[in-house]
Each structure stands twice: as C-alpha cells, then as structure tokens.
Design a binder for this molecule. Structure first.
Ligand code: MG
Length: 171
C-alpha cells in the first residue's frame, strides 16, 4: 500500500463512566501500526458510580485490581508507548474516546507536541464507504484492548475496500 503520510497510526479504545455531564476513564487499550499493544486500567475511577450496563459489559472484563494504575502513570505509559512518533489516532465511534484520552493530559492543548488535536473515526470511514459489513469481533467487546485490536482489523478491512474502489489510499 502506498503511504501518503509519515505518521505512525495508533488505534485505541476506552471504557468510561458517563454521568451525562462528565466522562471518567476506566480503561484504555491501544495498538500501534507496528503491532505493539498497551492496556491500562485507572485506579482513580469511582466504579460505584457505574450503571448496570457498565457493570455488566465493562467491569466484568477488568483484570485484577493489582494491575490498575493512576491516571498519571497511564499518561506516562502512553507517552512512552507513542514515543517519538508523530501519531495518527484512530477510534471507532470515538467522540467520547477522544475526549477522555485528551483529559488524561489535561486540556487538549496539553497534548504532547506533535500529537494531532483530533482523532480519525472509523465510523465515518465506514459511512463514506457505503456502510459495508465489518469483520466480526471474536474477542470480548467492551474490553478496551480487544476493541482497539478490532479497530485495527476493521481499519485494515476498510482500507482494502477503499483501495479496491479508488486505487489510492487517502491516509
Ligand atoms: Mg470499547
């Protein structure tokens, strides 16, 4: 595949508690273009505020509490995970994911130098391509790392469709 830009792609997904006013990070999973993965679970989210949907679909997938980390640690981990690469972020239906990601750093303007101030949304790409059937996710949905891995496979699939149709990749 030709490559119009030199940024390194990162697919990510988050789980969070949404109380209709704010969103609070529970977990984040990230996959890099060269196949590395990161998974972090916050120890600062008040899980007693989780509604029954989050309890049932998200909390059941969390690992043992001993592996949970502070938000500052997760921020540092992600900064190291991305390293010196100029990242290109991809999410799926990810308006909330993008905000909760930025909030790890503070304001959006606190993102490290070189990070774009937006994420690309697979859902938008899916819509533009005529809403094709996407690959089935065979792992646990609503586990942030499994979802991030699915995002990457869905991206690969959509890029294949794009290339078949238009010959050249837009990204
Ligand atoms: Mg998810």
């Amino acid at each position: 595949m030709s490559r119009p830009n030199k940024r390194m792609r990162f697919w990510f997904d988050t789980e969070f508690i949404d109380n209709k006013h704010t969103i609070e990070l529970i977990s984040i999973g990230m996959v890099s273009e060269n196949g590395r993965t990161y998974y972090g679970v916050s120890n600062e989210c008040d899980l007693t505020k989780a509604d029954s949907w989050v309890q049932q679909h998200v909390l059941t997938h969390l690992p043992d509490k001993s592996s949970w980390k502070s938000r500052a640690q997760i921020r540092e981990d992600i900064t190291l995970f991305i390293g010196n690469n100029s990242p290109e972020f991809w999410v799926y239906n990810g308006a909330y994911d993008w905000v909760v990601f930025c909030q790890l750093f503070g304001h959006i303007r606190d993102l490290p130098k070189g990070y774009p101030w937006y994420s690309n949304d697979l859902k938008q790409l899916w819509y533009v391509l005529g809403r094709p059937q996407l690959p089935e996710q065979k792992t646990d949905a609503h586990h942030a790392l499994h979802d991030a891995e699915w995002n990457k496979s869905a991206w690969n699939y959509l890029m294949m469709l794009w290339e078949q149709r238009y010959g050249e990749l837009p990204f």
